[in-house]
Design a protein around this ligand. Structure first.
Ligand code: ADP
Ligand code: MG
Length: 260
């Protein structure tokens, strides 16, 4: 190839930010030409590589900003340890149909049964599936909203939480929310209602949410919206954290989950 043309192609690829094509062009062209590939096949291959690399870097970027503390995966979840979880329900959630259909998910159960693990796993699945997703604890979210409210930036902060294709709110109920906090929580729920789905986890039964939110009327309004379109996974079992400390882990009675 004419070296001037060769240089210009590389320089133009760099200007167009087609970094992957730029990096593989020379070696790929050599092998493709020797294999007798047509110009359209070569162009097609190079474009596919560029698009795949961009998708991978968007996924990596979203994972980095997703708020997850560890990259837990649902492939690593031991369902035999937690028989109250219906694997078909989890399989269906992993298909991400709930995101397409804008259905919420509520994971309920005592400490250590894997609520956070499953919630992180769904965040990772959603991002790998091309969605934007953000994982937060209820308290971290409320703190951010309170701070934004004090700085007259509440609307912008709420819009930020409303925007994600999937929001995951972990640990509802570990600490009770005061009236202002409960109201902020309600605003997040209502802004996402029927627009974008949310995954919630809690160690408290729905009957206790009035106490968590310091207001039973507000709790009804919140639950009404969350449960209108949603799946509840009620996990009843042993704490996985205590598993290794026990000689023979006993698995307790079956729980239940399904559409509501
Ligand atoms: P929870 O949020 O319900 O309190 P976590 O999801 O934080 O529980 O689980 C506690 C720890 O045990 C985490 O490190 C999690 O990855 C692990 N864990 C829980 N359940 C399982 C399971 N069934 N298979 C594999 N790891 C599990
Ligand atoms: Mg947890």
């Amino acid at each position: 190839m004419d070296s001037l043309v060769h240089e210009r192609v590389h320089s133009n690829l760099a200007t167009l930010k087609l970094d992957t094509v730029e990096s593989i062009l020379d070696s790929y062209l050599e092998s493709a030409l020797s294999e007798g590939k047509s110009a359209i096949e070569i162009l097609d291959y190079l474009m596919v590589q560029e698009i795949n690399a961009r998708k991978a870097s968007i996924i990596e970027y979203r994972l980095m900003l997703s708020g997850i503390s560890a990259r837990k995966n649902l492939d690593d979840f031991d369902f035999t340890f937690q028989p109250s979880i219906d694997q078909n329900v989890i399989r269906d959630l992993r298909s991400l149909r709930f995101i397409h259909n804008c259905e919420n998910v509520v994971l309920l159960g005592p400490a250590g049964v894997g609520k956070t693990h499953i919630a992180i796993g769904l965040t990772v699945d959603a991002i790998n599936g091309g969605f934007s997703a953000y994982f937060t604890t209820a308290n971290a979210m409320i703190e951010k909203l309170k701070m934004a409210s004090n700085r007259d930036r509440l609307d912008r902060c709420l819009a930020g939480y409303a925007r994600y294709n999937l929001l995951v709110v972990d640990e509802i109920g570990y600490l009770p929310l005061d009236r202002k906090a409960a109201n902020l929580f309600f605003q997040v729920v209502s802004q996402r209602y029927e627009k974008n789905p949310t995954v919630f986890t809690s160690n408290k039964a729905f009957g206790d949410w009035g106490e968590i939110l310091s207001d039973s009327v507000l709790a009804s309004a919140v639950l009404d919206r969350i449960l209108h379109h949603g799946t509840v996974v009620n996990i009843k079992g042993e704490s996985y954290r205590l598993k290794k400390r026990r000689m023979s882990p006993q698995q307790s009675s079956a729980g239940g989950q399904g559409k509501v």
